[in-house]
Design a protein around this ligand. Structure first.
Ligand code: MN3
Length: 203
């Protein structure tokens, strides 16, 4: 059984960047629904005792409900972990070096990521991933597709992920997705990103 994770901070903690009502609805309604529907989709099947990562890695052979809700659960679980009140607005260490070497500068990386986030037509996610060949790449995926999926248009280990579904920002920002994307940098926990990168490159 998959379960809704408890957040490490209050729903009010990310204000003014993400408002408390959006956080509460996003966590208790949207994410909970992905968890419930994922459990329903795997219950009584061969997937029931697999890890989420295993399920996502061979999702091409699973039901569409597994793809949508398995991705939804994975993406949101990661998203909550990546956020923190106050943020840590600059990467440091190996991930900072890799970003600078790949994109030229941190500012250029943020520009590229912002373009991926605002350019994703309709619902989806923007990503920084470590690709299977060991390089960093920025891009986006539609719906609840996640870079761990065998069917993903952008494959790799997700290091940074931003939810650009309207449910993630519409109450506070309405149609102003670029403002929401800009606010993301104020609450992104680069310590978590650095740890994910260190684990991913060690494999
Ligand atoms: Mn969402």
């Amino acid at each position: 059984m998959f379960t809704l994770p408890t957040l490490a901070y209050e729903y009010t903690a990310l204000e003014p960047h993400i408002d408390a009502k959006t956080m509460e609805l996003h966590h208790t309604k949207h994410h909970q629904a992905y968890v419930d529907k994922l459990n329903a989709a795997v219950s009584g099947t061969a997937l029931e005792n697999q890890s989420l990562e295993e399920i996502l890695g061979s999702v091409s052979s699973a039901a569409v409900a597994v793809r949508n809700n398995g991705g939804g659960h994975y993406n949101h679980r990661l998203f909550w972990e990546l956020l923190t009140p106050g943020g840590s607005t600059q990467p440091t260490g190996e991930i900072a070096t890799a970003i600078n070497e790949t994109f030229g500068s941190f500012e250029e990386f943020k520009t590229r990521f912002g373009e991926a986030a605002t350019g994703q037509f309709g619902s989806g996610w923007a990503w920084l991933v470590l690709t299977p060949s060991g390089t960093l790449e920025v891009g986006s995926t539609p719906n609840q597709d996640t870079p761990l999926m065998d069917v993903a248009s952008l494959k790799g280990v997700p290091l940074v992920g931003l939810d650009v579904w309207e449910h993630a920002y519409y109450l506070h920002y309405q149609n102003r997705r670029p403002e929401y994307v800009a606010a993301f940098w104020e609450i992104l926990n680069w310590d978590v990103v650095a740890a994910r990168y260190a684990t991913a490159i060690a494999k």
